[in-house]
Ligand binder design. Structure first.
Ligand code: PGA
Length: 247
């Protein structure tokens, strides 16, 4: 199912949170309405079933490469779907680094997510070293190309993209709105060369030290449709302020 281009704010809790935070977020977010913004909460696996996604959507942070079977510790896309997930983050730089997920694994996970009826939130982004080397756009293209080669450009319409420069994640060093827009615009035009309508309708998020006080300027950029939020998604007030900035 094609996703529409939309304003979106997704909170990536990473390996953080507890039952008290589930309750705070559940109670806080279900009371609010964010006009025209798709709000997504991505807690660790054990908490997914504890959420009753009302007024917001649920997402997971990872999924298995496999449908089922002898893969101890893995969780399939269909399991995530069954406990109420609509989204799943794929290819986060922390998983690429900690779990050796390369571009081919990431592409296969995108395919698994789609097969399960989930919307993959496909993360990509460069290290500081790549940026300094002047290879930024080649690198970004090399991260996206295997996904497009595997699923085809038409099915990219069923995904959400998230540009997350590694040097901006958890560092407080947010990309400037101009730096982020430059990459978002590049990605949209690179995809437009393959399919203009897919590119125009694609939701592309920015992630990396998005906070309540810098969200509005980032989200005001023409090719930035919202954010993937780490640290600031763990505090209800901060997360709500970022969702409001997307309105
Ligand atoms: P951050 O993380 O907001 O804490 O920088 C973003 C992310 O990794 O998704």
């Amino acid at each position: 199912m094609n996703t529409m281009r939309q304003k979106m704010v997704a909170g990536n809790w990473k390996q953080n949170g507890d039952q008290a935070l589930v309750k705070t977020m559940q109670d806080g977010l279900s009371k609010l309405a964010f006009n025209g913004v798709e709000v997504v909460v991505c807690p660790p696996f054990p908490y997914l079933g504890a959420f009753e996604a009302k007024g917001f959507k649920l997402g997971a942070q990872n999924l298995s490469l496999h449908d089922s079977g002898a893969h101890t510790g893995e969780v399939s896309g269909s399991m995530l779907k069954e406990v109420g997930c609509q989204y799943v983050i794929v290819g986060h730089s922390e998983r690429r680094a900690d779990n050796s997920e390369d571009n081919d694994v990431v592409a296969q996970k995108v395919q698994q997510a789609l097969a399960a009826g989930l919307t993959p939130v496909l993360c990509f982004g460069e290290s500081e070293q790549v940026r300094d080397s002047g290879q930024l756009f080649d690198f970004i293209q090399s991260q996206l190309e295997p996904v497009i080669a595997l699923i085809g450009v038409a099915r990219l319409a069923e995904t959400v993209l998230a540009y997350e420069p590694i040097w901006a994640i958890g560092t407080g060093r947010t990309a400037t709105p101009e730096q982020a827009q430059e990459v978002h615009q590049f990605v949209r035009s690179y995809i437009a060369e393959k399919d203009a309508s897919v590119a125009a309708n694609l939701t592309i998020l920015y992630g990396g030290s998005v906070k309540a006080d810098n969200a509005e300027l980032l989200f005001a950029q023409p090719d930035i449709d919202g954010g993937l939020i780490g640290g600031a998604s763990l505090k209800l007030d901060d997360f709500v302020a970022i969702c409001q900035a997307a309105e």
